[in-house]
Design a binder for this molecule. Structure first.
Ligand code: NDP
Length: 441
């Protein structure tokens, strides 16, 4: 039955391979739910869940510093609003297409449900590449992007945030344009804002910090902690950097990270202050960090070759495959927490699970970012701003709740320790309840 539904989804959404992968991964783990509650299949719930409520595709023309005009494509997929307004980031990267945004929006729906906060799922972005562009070019692009997108947004409708290629600078330009067009100072329409103008403390750190809290909760189920463990992270962007920072605070040693040019290894630990300066302040390359910090740089290599106890894939989708997983297992990895969305291929997940490695799927492990975005919305709604300590304490509490929910749900369905099943089933049950209660919409 599930295969038949999946075939229809493939047929309706041709060529969207990342979306197919994300749907299959969820459907597969819902089998025990349908076995217990076959009536769910009669209500076309899966078909409804896999069809976004709305998909917006638009032209984004902009001019570069020499006056030449370029055209990019903008997307916003408003996936599911059963539990709250659409919420999810914007990704600016040349690899963005409709299938990528749909996979991210689909995942986001379940992730947001797991947080226990009132937020639905959505995602957006563009195939624009901010790399190598001047601030003025990025600003003109963001202004053009928002000139169309603004009409679909609103604090009660759809609230975007950052993702790959969209950080504080881009959110600033987007918010400025929204404010200018609408003549409304509507802080709750975007999250990830600067703390001076409605942003939340700890939002920048939240995804990486939350990922490490989740990973340590998994380790605790086996009587372990992060203390003294070697951590390898892929990526060196927002999620990766703050994951390394929290891991270090909890006594672990982050020894390697990567970007699309290669990876660096520093057995005594990555110099996070220098890394932040090169990657965040100067928007430089990891090779420059290695040169300035005296670390070893391996151009084009796979960061998963570096032996470690904890691996945190935090760059992009499908970046840790079967072979990488086998290498990690051979080198004694104990836990893998996904900072990125769907970074591990299905084959990679299988290898890790068969080796009994603790595996935290992204929709649970990286939910700290969106949870803190929801905290930002709470602060905006009450025109308040909380301290870093208070916000981080709430984040930690939410990550422990998500871990507990996934853990107990997996046990309830006779899959102890299977966080993939736990996250998919728990997320599904929450969204399903909201949809059923609100009738056929
Ligand atoms: P950033 O843009 O800050 O950093 C992305 C990092 O990943 C960079 O080091 C980049 O290297 C690398 N990277 C991106 N694409 C590729 C690629 N195709 N191949 C190799 N390396 C790549 O993004 P974030 O840190 O914000 O996001 C990272 C991941 O975490 C994404 O999957 C995102 O969806 C997910 N995520 C982010 C959240 C957030 O709050 N920011 C929340 C939840 C999930 P380079 O600079 O060389 O391109």
């Amino acid at each position: 039955m599930i295969e038949k539904i999946y075939d229809r989804i493939l047929h309706r959404n041709p060529g969207e391979k990342e979306f197919h992968q994300a749907v299959w991964e969820v459907l597969e783990s819902l089998e025990p739910v349908f076995a217990r509650r076959p009536e769910l299949l009669d209500e076309s719930l899966i078909e409804r869940l896999c069809e976004p409520e709305r998909q917006i595709i638009f032209r984004v023309p902009w001019s570069d510093d020499s006056g030449r005009t370029h055209v990019n494509r903008g997307f916003r997929v408003e996936f599911n609003s059963a539990l709250g307004p659409y919420k999810g980031g914007l990704r600016f990267h040349p690899s963005v297409n409709l299938g990528v945004i749909k996979f991210l929006g689909f995942e986001q729906t379940f992730k947001n449900a797991l947080t226990g906060m009132p937020i639905g799922g959505g995602k957006g972005g563009s195939d624009f590449d901010p790399k190598g562009k001047s601030d003025a070019e990025v600003m003109r692009f963001c202004q053009s992007f928002m000139t169309e997108l603004y009409r679909h947004l609103g604090e009660y409708t759809d609230i975007p945030a950052g993702d790959i290629g969209v950080g504080g600078r881009e959110i600033g330009y987007l918010f400025g344009q929204y404010r200018r067009i609408t003549n409304r100072w509507e802080a709750g329409v975007l999250t990830g804002k600067g703390v001076l103008w409605g942003g939340s403390q700890a939002r920048t750190e939240a995804t990486g910090y939350g990922l490490v809290v989740f990973t340590e909760e998994m380790l605790k189920t086996r009587g372990e902690t992060l203390e003294g463990k070697r951590v390898v992270v892929s990526g060196s962007g927002n999620v990766a950097i703050y994951a390394m920072e929290k891991a270090r605070q909890l006594g672990a040693v982050p020894i390697a990270c990567s970007d699309s040019g290669g990876y660096v290894v520093a057995e005594k630990g990555i110099d996070l202050e220098l890394l932040k300066q090169v990657k965040l302040d100067e928007r430089g390359r990891l090779s420059e960090y290695a040169e300035r910090g005296g670390a070893r740089f391996v151009p084009g290599g796979r960061v998963w070759e570096v032996p470690c106890e904890v691996a945190l894939p935090s760059a992009t989708q499908n970046e840790l495959d079967e072979k990488d997983a086998a290498t990690l297992v051979r080198n004694g990895v104990q836990a893998v927490g996904e900072g990125a969305n769907m970074p591990t291929t299905p084959g990679g997940v299988r290898v890790l699970r068969e080796a009994d490695v603790l595996f935290g799927p992204g929709k649970a492990a990286n939910a700290g970012g969106v949870a803190t975005s929801a905290l930002e919305m709470q602060q905006n709604a009450s025109r308040d701003s909380w301290s870093f300590e208070h916000t981080e304490a709430r984040l930690t509490e939410i990550m422990r709740h998500i871990h507990n929910l996934c853990h107990t749900t997996a046990e309830r369905y006779d899959r102890p320790g299977d966080y993939v099943a736990g996250a998919n089933i728990a997320g599904f049950e929450l969204v399903e309840q909201g949809m059923v209660a609100q009738g056929l919409i």
